[in-house]
Design a protein around this ligand. Structure first.
Ligand code: ADP
Length: 267
């Protein structure tokens, strides 16, 4: 991926990272963290040097989704830097590893904490840093996007009509900042049972069935997002998120890993 020209000065902690990918959603609970973590472990499985930054200080999911031996971030007191923890070769930083639990903070404080955690970390040489963004498109997200020179964004949504309007909001935010959205992941779109396929939210990306497609097509055509992916409801994906072993790490040749390998990110 080509990094867009970055107007500000590159924060020192980020200078050894080739690509920074934001995984974003307008709402919570749509599977953003699941996508961020599985994308990161897929890239690692393809041979890339990868880190994950969990920027969701209000509800950090990373400590549940991965199980590193060392669950606390270490500080280098001399250099005043943070040393990420690591699990299966992926470097990890989350507010949930800072020993504070959930944060009760106001917006500007949150931005400050995110900024500090992200830019004072000794990431080392990374091909990809995947940022699990806080849900939404408000000030916190905007500040984060301004501090960090993002290479690209991936937007996660569920297939309802309203969710597609949310996608448009996300795309608008990133396009204002000149960050290309490379993919939309339509999560929990269907499940298979008794030999049949069910679409609990309607068929978002299907032309004939669901009215939401119109909005969706507008988003894709208007903004030119090259990749759209379905991620079905999979009990294994949910169970792996709770067990601390990402599904793609447990099953690197499986269906989910293949979806992420095709997301348009090269290693
Ligand atoms: P967000 O980061 O958007 O808040 P999460 O990734 O934490 O969402 O997902 C919310 C819950 O839904 C988690 O328990 C997760 O395991 C589950 N989940 C997400 N995607 C899927 C999926 N495709 N199939 C089954 N469960 C899923």
């Amino acid at each position: 991926l080509a990094r867009p020209v970055y107007a500000g000065q590159l924060p020192q902690g980020l200078q050894t990272i080739s690509n920074i990918i934001a995984v974003s959603s307008c709402k919570g609970g749509v599977g953003k963290s699941t996508v961020a973590v599985n994308l990161a472990y897929t890239l690692a499985g393809m041979g890339a040097r990868v880190g994950i930054f969990d920027a969701d200080v209000y509800g950090p999911s990373l400590p549940t989704m991965v199980s590193p031996e060392n669950r606390l971030l270490e500080m280098n007191l001399e250099k005043k830097t943070i040393i990420p923890t690591e699990y299966l070769g992926v470097k990890l930083v989350s507010f949930g590893f800072a020993g504070q639990g959930r944060a009760i903070m106001r917006g500007p404080m949150v931005s400050g904490v995110i900024d500090q955690l992200l830019t004072t970390t000794e990431w080392g040489e990374l091909d990809y840093l995947v940022i699990d963004m806080p849900p939404g498109t408000g000030d916190i997200q905007l500040t984060l996007c301004q501090v960090v020179p993002l290479t690209a964004a991936v937007i996660v949504t569920t297939p309802q009509k309203l969710a597609f309007i949310d996608v448009a909001k996300g795309v608008r935010m990133f396009s204002k900042l000149k960050v290309p959205c490379i993919a939309v992941v339509e999560n929990m779109c269907h499940f298979d049972a008794d030999g049949k396929r069910y679409y609990p939210f309607g068929r978002g990306s299907d032309t004939n069935i669901h009215s939401s497609l119109f909005t969706y097509l507008q988003v894709v055509q208007q903004f030119g997002i090259p990749h759209l992916f379905d991620l079905p409801i999979r009990p294994a994906l949910s169970a792996s998120g709770d067990s601390g072993m990402p599904e793609v790490a447990a099953d690197p040749q499986g269906e989910v890993a293949k979806t992420f390998q095709n997301l348009g990110i090269c290693v």
